[in-house]
Write a protein that binds this ligand. Structure first.
Ligand SMILES: Nc1ncnc2c1ncn2[C@@H]1O[C@H](COP(=O)(O)OP(=O)(O)O)[C@@H](O)[C@H]1O
Ligand SMILES: [Mg+2]
Length: 247
């Protein structure tokens, strides 16, 4: 009994159970996610890799409540969002989820500071989160550039502002779809360092899609997808000791 209680009290940020997403385009069914089971604990930083078209972005949209799955369940902080109405799902999404995109999607007419403050104003829920702001600004490493507009910042600086904007209201989960996909390697490094700092210092849960194995190595766990499913993490390596014994 005690053991069961301990097990259920382990906090999962995300849990999917037999998750399915089949797009219907005309008369053709496109199965993008097929019977996918994924558990992400609070405070984990996971990277998802896999070939183009294997369903990574679809999975992220499902996790973020932007798409209604055609089968299975998604639990966010224990709430089954697949059973909610559209408006209920939107409420959970606004409160718990933030996105970072490959193209930074900052407001071009606002300064770095303005972009971050706008997010605070729109979605912020006041004082309880305020103490999170100082360390986030510190991690930004923008120097004196808080009053610069996006066009006056490098790609890496813009993406760091976008990440600060995503995290400013302390969402449970940050979903990042190829956040370094538009950056050169130096800027990629600074962006990845910021994500790792948010994860390590503030305990932020992060799910990041990437094509770059170096970027993936920033995460605490790497998951490989193929054909809408997760490959078992040890599959690729588990044969090596056997292989050595054979020869
Ligand atoms: N809105 C959509 N309508 C129909 N098919 C889609 C849609 N979005 C994605 N797909 C299809 O679903 C599959 C997975 O796509 P996606 O999730 O974008 O993969 P990835 O991000 O891994 O490249 C692909 O075959 C893609 O063509
Ligand atoms: Mg994609």
């Amino acid at each position: 009994m005690g053991d069961m209680k301990d097990e259920s009290s382990v906090a999962n940020a995300i849990e999917t159970i037999n998750l399915e997403m089949t797009y219907r385009s005309g008369r053709v069914d496109v199965p993008a996610v097929q019977g996918l089971n994924l558990t992400v604990r609070q405070g984990e930083f996971i990277a998802i890799m896999g070939p183009s078209g294997c369903g990574k972005s679809t999975l992220l949209h499902l996790l973020g409540g932007l798409l209604q799955p055609t089968g299975g369940s998604i639990l966010i902080d224990g709430i089954d969002i697949s059973k909610l109405s559209d408006s209920e799902r939107t409420t959970v999404r606004r409160k718990k989820i933030s996105y970072v995109f490959q193209r930074f999607n900052l407001f071009p007419t606002l300064t770095a500071r303005g972009n971050i403050e706008l997010a605070k104003k729109i979605h912020g829920n006041g004082a309880p989160n305020s103490n999170g702001i100082a360390p986030i600004f510190e991690m930004l490493g923008l120097g004196g550039k808080f009053n610069f507009r996006p066009s006056e910042l490098s790609g890496g600086e813009q993406q760091r502002v976008a990440i600060a904007r995503a995290v400013i209201n302390r969402p449970s989960i940050i979903l990042a779809d190829e956040p370094t996909g538009s950056l050169d390697s130096r800027n990629s490094h600074t962006v990845l360092r910021m994500l790792r700092d948010l994860n390590e210092k503030l305990g932020q849960t992060i799910v990041m899609i990437t094509h770059d194995s170096e970027a993936a190595s920033t995460a605490s766990r790497v998951i490989e997808m193929k054909d809408g499913r997760i490959l078992t993490p040890t599959a690729r390596y588990s044969y090596e000791p056997e292989f050595e014994r054979l020869y």
